[in-house]
Design a protein around this ligand. Structure first.
Ligand SMILES: [Fe+2]
Length: 385
């Protein structure tokens, strides 16, 4: 949290921007165009929705601050070369500080995990969450931090997974429909038919955008085995960066192609296995060897990329990374598809039935749900105080 006991003391205009000195002597550099584009006066922003009322090209090319001063109420006041006047509160300036430590604090908190998270699973009771928004928010906060969460006591009726999806966000319809079934029933004619294990992966990386969140609801689980496997792709990517920065650089810059082809679909998406921004913050890991198409990259890179790809694939198989748990009937797991990579252990369908239903929602929908709940609960607290 920014230190709010300090306040702006002196402002100096110089070429390119303003330097603001705070009461604790720390400087803050405010580039001209950046600062002007953040003017919140009623000529610049719609008072109702806060949206900008101008185009960025409307500023003169030589726009510059010509006067800056700190007012007695500690607001920064600026006169611009086109005659416009802006003012900025100390709180706004602190909340938008561009120094690395402040930018770092504003990043989402991702708590990395391995198999030990099995002792402390992020569990929410579905009926309790429906009845109590604070409980739902608590579970959503855990989901945001860990990239997955488990719901218990979800009614065991078909189609329920899409109802939960529409509650947490909005179900994304694909060529598989609104929801899909993962089903196996005992088949005495085919005793040898053991359903194989599935290595961890992200679903459908051949879509653009790839599904952000997958929900899987267990309706029947009689067969031994068939446990759910989850691996934190962000934690693995972070380990890769530490242990082998060259491999990390290849997987985060060389795009690969994922493909799916069927009678009624031709799906293709080109994306890097690891998505990281200019600060190195990881926002997505897409791993799915089954749908990885041939790598179209310059020859020297293609060879080196495969080395990196295999190192990462081995890293995902480290036993200490694998969370293994069994979904029982009425359980529903929510997984950030480009972080919590999922798979399953082998099972014998001849020993019992297994029926899961799944659907996809988008990452922004579930995050919006969390933020709206938080805002509403804060407002309720303030009104009650
Ligand atoms: Fe899958």
């Amino acid at each position: 949290m920014p230190n709010r006991s300090r306040h702006p003391a002196v402002a100096e205009v110089h070429e390119g921007g303003i330097t603001l000195r705070w009461s604790d002597k720390s400087p803050m550099h405010l580039p001209d165009l950046w600062l002007r584009d953040n003017c919140h006066c009623e000529k610049c922003r719609h008072p109702g929705n806060g949206q900008k009322l101008y185009e960025v090209v409307d500023f003169p090319d030589d726009l510059a601050a010509i006067e800056a001063m700190v007012a007695p109420d500690h607001k920064l006041r600026v006169l611009w070369s086109d005659g416009h006047r802006s003012e900025y509160t100390p709180d706004w300036l602190l909340d938008h500080d561009l120094i690395p430590s402040a930018r770092n604090e504003r990043r989402p908190v991702h708590r990395h995990w391995g198999k030990e998270i099995g002792n402390d699973l992020p569990i929410g009771d579905w009926p309790e969450m429906l009845a109590d928004p604070a409980k739902e928010l608590g579970w959503l906060d855990l989901y945001r931090m860990l990239g997955f969460g488990l719901l218990k006591n979800v009614p065991m009726k078909e189609g329920m997974v899409a109802e939960v999806g529409d509650h947490l966000g909005f179900v994304r319809v694909t060529n598989y429909g609104r929801l899909f079934n993962v089903i196996s029933v005992p088949n005495p004619n085919n005793l040898a038919d053991t359903s194989l294990g599935l290595g961890v992966h992200s679903d459908n990386p051949y879509r653009y955008p790839s599904p952000g969140v997958q929900l899987l609801h267990c309706l029947v689980s009689d067969a031994p085995g068939g446990d759910t496997l989850l691996v934190d792709g962000f934690a693995a990517a972070e380990t890769l960066r530490k242990e082998n920065p060259g491999a990390f650089a290849l997987l985060s810059t060389v795009p690969m192609t994922f493909r799916y082809s069927s009678a009624n679909a031709e799906l293709e998406a080109r994306q890097t296995l690891i998505t990281a921004d200019m600060d190195g913050v990881i926002s997505a890991v897409h791993f799915n060897n089954r749908s990885a198409d041939w790598l179209d990259a310059p020859g020297d890179l293609a060879g080196r990329w495969y080395g990196a790809y295999r190192i990462f694939a081995k890293m995902l198989k480290r036993p200490e990374r694998e969370l293994i748990f069994k979904l029982g009937a009425g359980d529903l797991v929510v997984m950030q598809n480009d972080r919590a990579l999922h798979g399953r252990t082998a099972f014998d369908p001849n020993l019992g039935r297994r029926h899961l239903q799944g659907c996809y929602i988008d990452r922004d929908g579930i995050e919006s749900r969390r933020l709206v709940l938080r805002r509403n609960l804060q407002q309720q607290h303030e009104n009650a105080a």
